[in-house]
Design a binder for this molecule. Structure first.
Ligand SMILES: *Cc1c(COP(=O)(O)O)cnc(C)c1O
Length: 426
């Protein structure tokens, strides 16, 4: 059936708002009909029309080993056969916590949750409870999940408090959040000079993957660490996307900065719902039942989900895993840039570990404003041409892309060759 995706999309819209359970899946940004997937294996996914694509979304980051890795699937099957959930502690959760603390030196204690949103929401409550302060600093273009305090955009003046960026978020709540420019250490220093004694936490994506991909200027992260220490604010690295994706010690290892708290998700669940937040022991001991900050979850540390995460985290420890992944991701970016240049297309690309950004702009952007200035129409044309050719990229010009260990060099070459044919007729 050649229009099966369209039929499913129409049917989905009857009882699911917009036909999707998370908005970007609806293809609103690029137009057209979303693919309904039926199967994924390694680097490839198959849609309801039987068409196969090389996948550069990887479920938005979790699938660092590709789809349906046999060892991950076996771990899930074996855990499921022993019981889906207990709502009581299990040894698997200890293994997961021990492994996370061993792999990430900034973690002295960690708590498991079921999504990245829960991890960031809980880390912020904890930072507020620990400091006894309310003000939160975040950066325009960073996404930290969909909890109320975080759906805030910049106020009208540079250092004025924010406004809700979503319906249903009380303006009062946005009044506790300052939204600043990413990669601007001077502005951050001004915010601390003015409000320092009231700032509970700074939350940041150490490499941003939610406004396409933006790499941090090293002085930006260093200034942030310095200012948080000076003013007694909690530095939260939101590594839900970058965690075990950009390298074996996440972005904090790659850039040599130790945050006070870290949030994780995506890769640590290997495709199943797992999130985590952890960090300094003196902060983590403020959480219930040890301390006064409440946080809980019926399915937190779910054995089936944790089994998938543990299997994934063990497999990425293979010697050379991250080096090989980074080389392939870089090869994709280099190949696409060369193809564009050959045909005079204004295009740039950047890889950080196993994630990448594609920009219809001559130079890689370094700020939210520069990302917004990319040619969105050109991206949409590229997206649809690549989709037709069997290469699935994120359906938005403002999302990062992902390569998995299941992508072969031949897969990367195939994608670059398809892009070159498209740029040839540009
Ligand atoms: C995906 C993401 C989240 C939200 O995680 P969910 O599991 O979708 O709730 C939070 N922060 C960052 C940086 C993310 O990329």
């Amino acid at each position: 059936m050649s229009n099966r995706n369209q039929q499913l999309f129409e049917r989905a819209q009857r009882h699911i708002p917009g036909g999707v359970n998370s908005p970007v899946r609806a293809f609103r940004s690029v137009g057209g009909t979303p693919c309904f997937f039926t199967e994924g294996r390694g680097a490839r996914v198959t849609d309801a029309e039987g068409k196969t694509y090389l996948d550069y979304v990887g479920s938005w980051g979790p699938l660092i080993l590709g789809h349906a890795h046999p060892e991950v699937v076996a771990a899930v099957q074996s855990a499921a056969a022993r019981g889906l959930s207990f709502g009581a502690p299990t040894e698997l959760e200890i293994e997961m916590a021990d492994l996370l603390c061993e792999l990430l030196p900034s973690l002295e204690m960690v708590r498991l949750v079921s999504s990245g949103t829960e991890a960031t929401m809980s880390a912020i409550r904890l930072a507020r409870g620990y400091t006894g302060r309310d003000v939160l600093i975040k950066f325009e273009g960073c996404y930290h999940g969909h909890s109320d305090s975080l759906l805030v955009r910049a106020g009208s003046g540079m250092l004025t408090f924010g406004n809700p960026s979503s319906g249903g978020v009380p303006a009062d709540l946005a009044q506790h959040t300052l939204v600043l420019d990413y990669n601007d250490p001077d502005q951050l220093a001004m915010a601390f000079a003015e409000h320092g004694e009231r700032i509970a936490a700074v939350i940041v994506e150490p490499v941003v993957g939610n406004m396409n991909l933006i790499a941090p200027r090293p002085d930006f992260l260093h200034a942030m660490r310095h200012l948080c220490t000076k003013y007694g604010a909690v530095l939260i690295f939101d590594e839900v996307m970058t965690g075990f994706r950009v390298g074996p010690q996440c972005a904090q290892g790659a850039y040599g900065i130790t945050p006070d708290l870290t949030t994780l998700g995506k890769v640590i669940g290997g495709g199943m719902p797992v999130g985590a937040f952890g960090g300094r022991r003196d902060i983590m001991e403020k959480i219930a039942p040890l301390g006064p900050v409440y946080q809980a979850g019926t399915l937190s540390g779910n054995p089936v989900a944790v089994a998938a995460g543990l299997a994934t985290l063990r497999l990425v420890q293979a010697p050379g895993f991250y080096e090989a992944l980074a080389l392939k991701t870089q090869a994709l970016c280099d190949g696409l840039c060369a193809a564009a240049q050959k045909h005079g297309v204004a295009f740039s690309a950047r890889a950080v570990g196993g994630m990448f950004g594609l920009y219809f702009r001559a130079e890689c952007p370094e700020s939210y404003a520069e990302v917004m200035a990319c040619d969105k129409e050109a991206f949409n044309r590229f997206f649809h041409a690549m989709l037709d050719a069997g290469h699935y990229f994120a359906p938005s010009a403002f999302e990062a892309g992902f390569v998995s260990s299941a992508h072969s060099n031949a897969d990367i070459d195939e994608t670059v060759a398809a892009a070159e044919r498209i740029f040839d007729g540009w």
